[in-house]
Design a protein around this ligand. Structure first.
Ligand SMILES: Nc1nc2c(ncn2[C@@H]2O[C@H](COP(=O)(O)OP(=O)(O)OP(=O)(O)O)[C@@H](O)[C@H]2O)c(=O)[nH]1
Ligand SMILES: [Mg+2]
Length: 435
């Protein structure tokens, strides 16, 4: 690969740190490496300690540097990694030095773009890398790492190959006599297309769970007034954030907080209690509760166990929490979690139940591709093409072939095999400098 301008960037975090990592990418960086390290010769992939000097011979810093020869590097080009002390003044001085040699600062995502063009990563891997750099919890880390290491690419690649094959067979039914083709070719083509369609639809429907791993699970505490939602919110959070009082209708606005539950990022919301009221402001609060319910991945339905209550019918993403269990000895409602926000009993059991529920909601998503905003559109388009193929008039395999080929093209765009410049830019610009 020629014409790779020499670019550089700070790959470690900004601000004062023990060690900074500066990456340089370009064609033929061997001479520059010898100059930086004051050496007559050097091996690739060896760490060299050196006094890095400016052109006047003054020491810039004591560094360790490694040379990576093309193609065995992150970008596939020649690369140099400089490990200097993490002082902003040192980093500035090294940037000045590199600029004087004719190199320039890289744009965000430019290193990954080179890695893509040199066949080191496809776009699904780049999406994974972007998600990994944003990962805050263990579940986010795992999911992003799988994407980055090519787990998703493999699935996409298999889908695409199957679509191309189906398209070719569909076209062949037009060109060849029946006895020259495999038996039952038409039903085979249809069945395979149906299976692919279902797989893509399933991946799309798991989008919400995957997105929740990446962006956080929205969990809402919902129930009548005065059942102890705000008290529970504080107890789960371990901090007195929401106002608690014995006056029904205390909470009028949604109060939210982010926390880590068993490695999952959770956005927990306390909401206004549900009741009929004439109070204008309280009614606005109740409307907000409704939209929190719509947005929630998981709902904690809270009731007051010291009073008689009607056991609510729960959907899959709801947990029944019976509060104020310190005031009642009855614990006979099945599948409910008994807690007391007042003295803390059962809170650990509730947290475990939340974790189990999240795991159940996300379990299926781990075996499939991680859909993001970019791939969602392309997958939807591919699924529509497959549906169009299946709906094409009987015997019209011309149209069938065309639709399945289109579907393959959309999957190709996910990987970057077939790609428009704007798709590329959208993919790389989500990355930060030095990646
Ligand atoms: N005995 C007992 N009292 C509790 C418990 N949890 C909450 N309370 C009391 O119940 C009353 C209402 O508590 P809140 O947490 O404000 O209830 P809420 O559901 O947020 O009420 P609204 O915001 O009005 O909808 C307060 O007086 C709390 O001290 C509990 O586990 N046991
Ligand atoms: Mg409240």
């Amino acid at each position: 690969m020629n014409n790779n301008e020499t670019i550089f960037a700070l790959s470690s975090g900004h601000g004062k740190s023990g060690v900074a990592v500066i990456r340089v990418s370009g064609d033929d960086l061997y001479k520059l490496f010898l100059k930086i390290t004051n050496r007559k010769s050097a091996d690739a992939r060896h760490a060299y300690f050196a006094n890095m000097r400016d052109n006047d011979g003054g020491i810039i810093d004591q560094i360790v540097a490694t040379y990576f020869a093309t193609p065995a590097s992150f970008t596939g080009t020649d690369m140099i990694e400089i490990y200097s002390h993490g002082a902003p003044a040192v980093i500035d001085k090294i940037f000045e030095y590199l600029t004087a040699t004719g190199a320039r600062m890289a744009t965000p995502g430019e290193f990954s773009k080179r890695a893509f063009y040199n066949g080191k990563m496809d776009l699904a891997d780049v999406d994974g890398l972007a998600a990994l750099l944003d990962a805050q919890t263990d579940a986010q880390r795992k999911s992003a790492l799988t994407s980055m290491m090519g787990g998703d690419s493999k699935i996409y690649d298999t889908w695409r190959k199957q679509m191309i094959e189906i398209s070719a067979y569909a076209a062949a039914t037009l060109d060849y006599a029946e006895d020259e083709l495999p038996a039952n070719i038409e039903s085979t083509i249809r069945n395979k297309t149906k299976i692919l369609y279902t797989e893509i639809e399933n991946a799309l429907s798991r989008y919400a769970a995957v997105r929740a791993i990446r962006n956080g699970f929205n969990i809402a505490l919902v129930g009548d007034t005065n059942v102890g939602k705000s008290s529970l919110f504080n107890a789960i959070l371990g901090a007195n954030r929401a106002i608690v009082s014995d006056i029904p209708g205390t909470t009028r606005d949604v109060v939210s907080a982010s926390m880590d539950i068993g490695g999952y990022l959770v956005n927990l919301s306390d909401t206004a209690g549900l009741r009929e009221t004439e109070d204008t402001i309280e009614n606005i609060g109740i409307q907000r509760t409704q939209s929190e319910i719509e947005n929630a991945n998981l709902i904690l339905r809270v009731v007051d166990g010291s009073k008689t209550f009607k056991t609510p019918t729960l959907s899959d993403n709801e947990i029944l929490v019976i509060n104020k269990s310190d005031l009642s000895k009855v614990t006979d409602t099945p599948n409910a979690i008994y807690v007391s926000a007042k003295n803390g009993t059962g809170i650990d059991i509730l947290i475990q139940a939340i974790k189990d529920k999240i795991e159940k909601l996300t379990k299926d998503s781990e075996s499939s591709v991680a859909v993001n905003a970019r791939t969602r559109t392309l997958l939807t388009n591919a699924a529509n093409e497959l549906k169009n193929a299946l709906n094409s008039p009987d015997g019209n395999y011309d149209i069938f072939s065309e639709h399945t080929r289109q579907a393959a093209d959309y999957i190709g765009k996910i990987l970057g095999t077939i790609t428009a410049a704007d798709v590329m830019d959208a993919t790389f610009s989500q990355l930060c400098l030095g990646k």
